[in-house]
Design a protein around this ligand. Structure first.
Ligand SMILES: Cc1ncc(COP(=O)(O)O)c(C=O)c1O
Length: 413
């Protein structure tokens, strides 16, 4: 995407000040928040936007002639336009508001699946998918008789691209893969995945939940067909997300849910449907969520993307080195191309115990299978501890984590 000269210089100390929650203590220690992969914290601008909306603007949208309704509608549609620019979609009506990544993937599985899948067809996903990019496909496969095919990975956590290529055939109807793995941090070669699929006219859905917080995504440059992400991982509110879809595909798909707003005309005999994006947005949406997500996009867009990437890669390299230096620590997911996510194990301990000791020190990491049980099965482990870093994390956070893991090792081993 084009860079503008008006970008603010990224400074982590400055950025931290925008997040009030980082000032609090947990268990008597300053909060060290290393769970942004699960949900990112919110900057003051997003918090203010949400409060302002409820204080001054709230009304239902798309329906009223009255002033407030029109204002709320304008704010909601302005947010859609901001998000269109953020992902560089061609049209605002290709940007659908959803409840989040899970909802977006379920929408495609149900609506695309109902129209285009038949017995014997194949959907390709990968070993490292989040459950939300596995289960919706299993559900539609059960209904249609289609089958799931799984791209294998190596021990570093990288897709075996030759195997992927050889899996593509005339029965393949859709590819659905994570852009960035939430458990491993692997950044998948999505450009190649899409090119190979398009050579056979197969559409591709990217689960972008872990991509947009770390890198700017240009859906037109990628030429991706569907792209789903969640607002709350991008410093925005919970309960809102985006499904981008190419208009030709969205127009071809039947609606996902029926109700208000998604109709053109209803009679008891027959209903005709509204145009995009409304056809896929039944019912009163999460209005404040959409507007808050617009504010979150404003927040990230104020920085030069390359500076954020450089900062996070610096933290990733520093943390990887420091954690690897600890006896007994093993990092799960060592792909050459990674986002700032580190899953690790401490030999002879359970990740839950490590996470509990870290919590006592005010350090928030995630423990468990991270909604990727088949991936954990691949590694033959029940789960990991995972530190996921966002733009507001600094080297002091890493030092606290490393000291905490050393303490856990001393207590547990
Ligand atoms: C890669 C990936 N996909 C999908 C999801 C689901 O996101 P949500 O729960 O916001 O719908 C997550 C959440 O952790 C994720 O990391």
């Amino acid at each position: 995407m084009s860079k503008t000269t008006a970008k603010k210089v990224f400074d982590v100390a400055q950025a931290r000040k925008e997040f009030p929650i980082l000032e609090r203590t947990v268990n008597g220690h300053p909060l060290i928040y290393l769970d942004s992969g699960a949900s990112a914290q919110k900057p003051q601008s997003v918090i203010d936007c949400i409060a302002r909306y409820y204080r001054e603007q709230h009304a239902n949208i798309h329906r009223g002639v009255h002033h407030l309704s029109q204002q709320a509608t304008q704010a909601y549609e302005d947010a859609r336009e901001k998000i269109r620019q953020f992902i560089n979609a061609e049209h605002a009506h290709e940007v659908l508001f959803t409840k989040g990544t899970t909802d977006g993937i379920n929408l495609v599985a149900a609506a695309f699946g109902r129209k285009f899948l038949a017995a014997g067809d194949q959907i390709i996903i990968s070993t490292m998918e989040h459950h939300s990019n596995i289960v919706p496909w299993q559900m539609i496969c059960e209904q249609t008789g289609a089958m799931l095919k799984i791209i294998p990975i190596n021990k570093r956590g990288e897709l075996l691209m030759d195997e992927y290529e050889s899996m593509l055939n005339d029965r393949t109807k859709l590819i659905a893969v994570a852009h960035v793995s939430n458990s491993l941090g692997t950044i998948n070669p999505v450009e190649d995945i899409i090119k190979l699929a398009h050579q056979r006219d197969i559409p591709v859905l990217l689960d972008g939940a872990q991509a947009v917080p770390h890198k700017r995504v240009d859906v037109q440059a990628l030429n991706v067909d569907f792209f789903a992400f969640s607002g709350h991982k991008l410093f925005g509110p919970t309960g809102v997300g985006i499904l981008y879809g190419k208009q030709a595909l969205l127009n071809d798909m039947p609606p996902y849910q029926g109700g208000g707003d998604m109709i053109e005309r209803v009679t008891f005999e027959k209903t005709t449907y509204n145009t995009l994006p409304h056809k896929f947005e039944a019912g009163t949406p999460n209005i404040v969520g959409g507007i808050g997500l617009g504010a979150a996009v404003d927040f990230v867009s104020q920085y030069d993307e390359q500076e954020i990437v450089a900062h996070e890669q610096n933290i990733l390299a520093y943390a990887t080195k420091k954690l690897t230096d600890i006896d007994g620590v093993k990092i799960v997911g060592t792909a050459a191309n990674k986002a700032s996510v580190i899953s690790f194990l401490l030999d002879g301990t359970h990740p839950f115990d490590v996470g509990t000791i870290l919590d006592q020190l005010g350090i928030a990491v995630r423990t468990g299978h991270h909604c990727t049980q088949p991936l954990m099965d691949f590694y033959g482990i029940p789960g990991t501890a995972r530190a996921s870093f966002a733009l507001y994390n600094n080297r002091a956070d890493v030092d606290a984590l490393v000291a905490g893991v050393r303490r856990a090792a001393a207590m547990l081993l």
